[in-house]
Design a protein around this ligand. Sequence first.
Ligand SMILES: *[C@@H]1O[C@H](CO)[C@@H](O)[C@H](O)[C@H]1NC(C)=O
Ligand SMILES: *[C@@H]1O[C@H](CO)[C@@H](O)[C@H](O)[C@H]1NC(C)=O
Ligand SMILES: *[C@@H]1O[C@H](CO)[C@@H](O)[C@H](O)[C@H]1NC(C)=O
Length: 969
Amino acid sequence: MTLKITMPGEQSGSTFSQLRLFLCFLMYCWVLADPVCGYFLKNCTIRGNLSDPSNMKVLCEKRNLEVVPKDIPRKVSVLNVAMNNISKIGKLDFKGLSNLKILNMSRNQISSVDDGSLSHLEALQELGLAHNRLTILSDHLFQGLANLSLLHLDNNLITTISSSSFQPLSSLKTVNLTKNNLHNMKEVQPIVQLPHLQELYIGSNRFTSFQSQEISNTSIELRLLDLSRNPLGIFRITADVLPYLEVLDIAYCGQLGHMEWDVLDRSFLSNVKRLNLSGIEMSLERMGMVLQTVNSSLVHLRLYDISEERVKALTDIACHIPTLSLLRLHHNNISVLSKEFLQSCKQLTEMDVCDNNINQLSELLFRSMEQLSTLKLGHNRLSSMPKATRNLPTLKILDLSFNIIHELGCPDFANLTGLTQLFLFHNQISNLPECVFQDLKELRILKLGSNKILTLNDAFMSGLPKLEYLSMSYNKLSSISKGDFKGLASLKTLLLFDNQIASLEDGAFEGLVNLTELRLQSNKITQTDIRNTVLTGLPLLRTLDISCNYITYVNDDKLDPPPFSHLTSLENLQIHSQRHKGLCHLPINFLEGLKSLLAFKAGNLNIKDLHPNTFIHTPRLWYLDVSKNEFTALTPKLFHPTPRLNRMYLSKARLQSLDFLVGANLSRVTFLQVSKNDITVVNETVFRSLPALTYLDMQDNPFTCGCSDAWFVQWMESDNQTQIVGAGEFTCNYPADLKDTKLLDVELQFCIVHLGLYYYISTTCLVLLTLIASFAYHFLKWQVIYGYYLFLAFLYDTKQRNKLTPHGCQYDAFISYNAHDEPWVLRELLPELEGEQGWKLCLHHRDFQPGKPIIDNIMDGIYGSRKTICVISHRYLESEWCSREIQVASFRLFDEQKDVLILVFLEEIPTHQLSPYHRMRKLVKRRTYLSWPRAGEQTGVFWQQLRLALETKDGSAEENPILSGVQAL
Ligand SMILES: *[C@@H]1O[C@H](CO)[C@@H](O)[C@H](O)[C@H]1NC(C)=O
Ligand SMILES: *[C@@H]1O[C@H](CO)[C@@H](O)[C@H](O)[C@H]1NC(C)=O
Ligand SMILES: *[C@@H]1O[C@H](CO)[C@@H](O)[C@H](O)[C@H]1NC(C)=O
């Protein structure tokens, strides 16, 4: 049993809740009709375009994800969920991503992958599962990945590889299983048997032996085998299973004891070109055997961490291999490179002895290497330029970086006429003699960064005719004088950042006619150095970076002359982050002359205002970064001269609204970043004025989360052209009770639905009403008309009653009749009642005041008479009964409980014909009416009764003796 508690007003309450239910239903229909297809991902960013799936990337790395996001667009071709906390891959995680080519899940906590969860990825070519917690590769793990060619499984805990798990990977070329817990070479067997496998990385596992019969009986395709850092006790090849092997890495093997080398036939490894024997625990004698095995093919030998003694012996053996051309000897603590060391290495083209302790080189060391083209001596302890590196006309690349060289002398690079690249960065060089580079006629790249150079000393006034790239960053230059780079006519890139440059002379860069890139950031340059007489003679300059200096302006007044007026080719200007105070003001004509400018980076400058004419000189501007300033507001006029603007960075600029984008002529903007501002509300017109927008970053704004944001929310969820970055993280700031709630979690649909729903409901109601009305009219015509007049009468009655408070009545009776019955009224009724009985009657054709509205006349007539006599005939019922006056009178009759109405039936009317006229029927039923006698009958009684009826004073009709039961039809 249910106990029902009845509350007062429950009746209306339940009606209300029914109404609500109905409204909800209507809204549900409305919402269903509106397809929601959001173009933002809660935890990821999309690169590329939704409409061009071939290069669409979805990037979700480093978001603390615990599961694979559910809202990945189906057409994605690259998906990166690396560096999260995902521990499990579910069966449906990648469902439908049939276009995916690259999937990176590295650096998570994945320990389990459901069977078949990757089988949806038919197109996958590269799969990253490195740095996870996988222990077993099960039978069905890689099911369906027939196109996979690259598989990263390194840095897991894999101990077991099921025998059929790799079977589906018929296109696999490369597998990385480095750093796992594999110990049995048999586990690897199914992998090496794959028809296209070329590279197998199984270093840093627990293999204790490598025996060819464990992996195959027949020859396999493998080109690269990395076995490094396994505790291999033996490397044994008893059959020619690796005929194509080119790269063999057995570095740091044999750590559990000296490693055996047992290759039955020297022809078994006859294709090996690259060999890494670094740090191997193996007797010198056996290492010699290894080298003998590959002595017909070896090109590239790496011998790190071998110790100085052994490396000398091995170098000697290796250099007898005629094919050897590259020798790398890092980490061998070599301090002196003597002539004997490299005696037999005549054929080498590259010698790499970086990362040793070399402080001495015998003078003629490299003289015998007549093909030497690359010499790497970086990360050693050379304190001066070695003589050994002079007079090597074949040398092309010389690397002396990370030494402790103090000075350069004029003969130091003598006769290096073929040198194209010289690396001297990270030394202690403080001087540059004028003649030092004079022989380097072919030099293209010179890196002198991170030294202690104080002045340029005319070093670049002549020589170096082909130099294209000069880096002098991180030095101690304090000024650039006129013509300092005069000799560098081919120079394209000049890097002078991170010096102490505080003064630029007029003509400082003259002669650099081919310079395209000049970087002067992080110096001590001030606004006085930024003159058009300094920045001249650079006809091809495309990039100028003067950020992080001390440039500042006290107002935005015109500069005369404008600083960049000669840089007509400049495309990219960076002045952001001026130190100390910031630029503060951007002079109106600061950019004058930069007619090619495409990108302007002027963030972090403490600018409060931009003059509307700031960009009138830069019509091609494409990229604008004025983030981290103090604008609060910008004017649309600012952007009128830049119709090509495409990318706008305006984050952290204290903007309070985006209204300046409206009418700003920004139809080509595709990228807008306005994160970290004070924007509370975004309205529709803003995005209407950015029709090309595809990327919007509005993170960290204090959203209001009221109905004013409803449009924005709806737009975010439905627009599929613009990606809204981090939309899921937009947070409310107001109202207080929603603070820190996510904007998308706030129920704002009601606001947006409001208008639409309103239209929807009203249209529905209108349609329903029309339907009902036409039905009613068709089937219940008279009832409807009657009802209508009844309603109007009610209104009038109410009105008249207020207006006409009872005063003396003007007439005894108001006669209501149909025009067809007028003859009877004039011939019979009028003479009898006015002539014989002496009543005063009100007849509309006679007594209505001309000029007064007819309805008022009628009302006055009825309310000014004691009684109303209705002369009823068929015609009367069809027209007058429904008319207002009669209804008003009947209202008066019932409401005032007064007997004002006298019905006189001229004809016989059957009851059923009366049925539409509800009140009339009620009266007739109560027999309160008079009938005009039929033809030939006496009229005396009728007139008598009528007189009595007219004589009756006000009172209840029920009590009236005359009208109660006097006559019957
Ligand atoms: C986004 O990441 C959070 C935290 O891991 C998670 O709770 C939420 O479900 C993710 N959203 C989607 C759509 O995957
Ligand atoms: C294989 O994995 C190791 C260890 O993570 C890494 O150092 C190496 O670069 C990887 N090699 C390739 C080809 O991916
Ligand atoms: C440069 O080479 C020439 C010709 O071989 C030789 O005469 C000259 O001494 C060399 N210069 C230096 C500084 O070694």
